[in-house]
Design a binder for this molecule. Sequence first.
Ligand SMILES: [Zn+2]
Length: 280
Amino acid sequence: MITIFDTHAHLDLEQFSPDREAVIRRIESGTLPVVPDEPISQPIEMTGVLLAGIDAQSSICCAELAKRSPIFHAAAAIHPNYVVNAADNDWKIITELAHSDSVAVIGETGLDRYWDHTPIEQQINALWRHIDLAVQTAKPIQIHCRDAWDDMLPILRQAVKEQGLTGIIHAFSGEPEQAAECIELGFYLSFAGSVTYRNAKFSPLRESAQMVPIDRLLIETDSPYMPPHPFRGKLKRNEPTMAVMVALRLAELRATTLESIAKTTSQNARQLLCTNVKKG
Ligand SMILES: [Zn+2]
């Protein structure tokens, strides 16, 4: 049995509106939406999917989905790209959700200089609000960092040192130096479809994936985005069972078996997300 825990998916988004129930059934039965050239040799069991909120409404949807099935866990936050649109009432909703038993993680939050929808000072401000929520509620944080490591690392360093913050770097995209720093700070590193891509520009990322200690390694899909190789550009929409393709690539990069990567990443996720949190 291949046990898979997808630590980052957006099932609440409109891309899933036409057939969300069918996607959920595929998660429950461990069925891929496409058949890879080399089929996965053993049955897949999805042990968890962490649904990441991107704004108040999305976080409410994630929390509702998490109540449906023990497979689903919810994260609540305002994504850095949407902070610019957040009103006081949105923050009130996020704060209430963060304190509720239906939410296991504060995320996704972070910094994004690639899209730059929200002025960076406002993004930093919002990141600190989420850090405070994570610390107050003793829940892990889920960090999005795109082209913003120079801003991110000093913030994480301070929050870990002064407030004992812990959590996940989602869709890790950094180089080995940044991976080493995140590991030293106690974070888990989650790898997404990008680690399966063959382009030369991802070779530092592949190196990062090889050096992460096995007890800090996680996998994710970032569904509906980032379909893994060889489905990039072919599959319109990614979905959580496809995290097995990320595990397969990590097994190849780390010279181990799919079964072992799947088992350990699944255990790591359960340990981080399910230890202290009662599900409401
Ligand atoms: Zn995301």
